[in-house]
Design a protein around this ligand. Structure first.
Ligand code: FMN
Length: 150
């Protein structure tokens, strides 16, 4: 988006205080999946700012590992995006799903064990000595361009 001469401000919902969204022309919310869910803070933010989100150009993207599978990598087919759309009445102008990163060496013992188990069941990588990046950065780039045109 910065390539399209938009000024972009990044803010985390985990570490407040975050910028007041009404001072921006467009709002993009991105959220990753942890154990089957988008964080509650994402829904709290959306509900708190719903009126504003509905009257400004807005977009949402979800990052998860299930999206590494071609049959689950777009907003219509990704189970977490489908669930997200059932959980909120907000309908952003642009939606995207991106495959994220598996970072086994940086997980604690419990997460490493659980994620490896999930990967074994879903035929994903199980070598915990390394990280795996599944993100299609060209898709991220295309999303940025589409958001720029909203
Ligand atoms: C503790 C943990 C639980 C996760 N649970 C899921 C999950 O249930 N489904 C999924 O598709 N991806 C899952 N992921 C993968 C993340 O969505 C992916 O690694 C993403 O890139 C994480 O981004 P973040 O580190 O910014 O949260 C999980 C990752 C972690 C670390």
């Amino acid at each position: 988006m910065e390539g399209q001469r938009h000024e972009v401000v990044l803010a985390s919902l985990d570490t407040g205080p975050h910028p007041v969204p009404d001072s921006f022309d467009k709002i993009v919310i991105g959220a990753s999946i942890r154990y089957g869910r988008h964080r509650k803070a994402v829904f709290d933010f959306i509900e708190h700012h719903r009126a504003l989100l509905e009257c400004k150009p807005s977009a949402f993207f979800s990052v998860n590992i299930v999206a590494r599978k071609p049959e689950k990598c777009d907003p219509h087919s990704n189970p977490y995006m489908r669930k997200f759309l059932r959980q909120t009445a907000w309908r952003p102008g642009q939606l995207a799903v991106f495959a994220g990163r598996l970072d086994y060496p940086h997980y604690g013992a419990f997460d490493r064990f659980m994620i490896r188990l999930i990967m074994r069941i879903t035929h994903g990588p199980t070598d915990t000595s390394r990280s795996y990046e599944f993100t299609d950065w060209a898709k991220v780039e295309a999303f940025g361009e589409a958001v720029g045109k909203l």
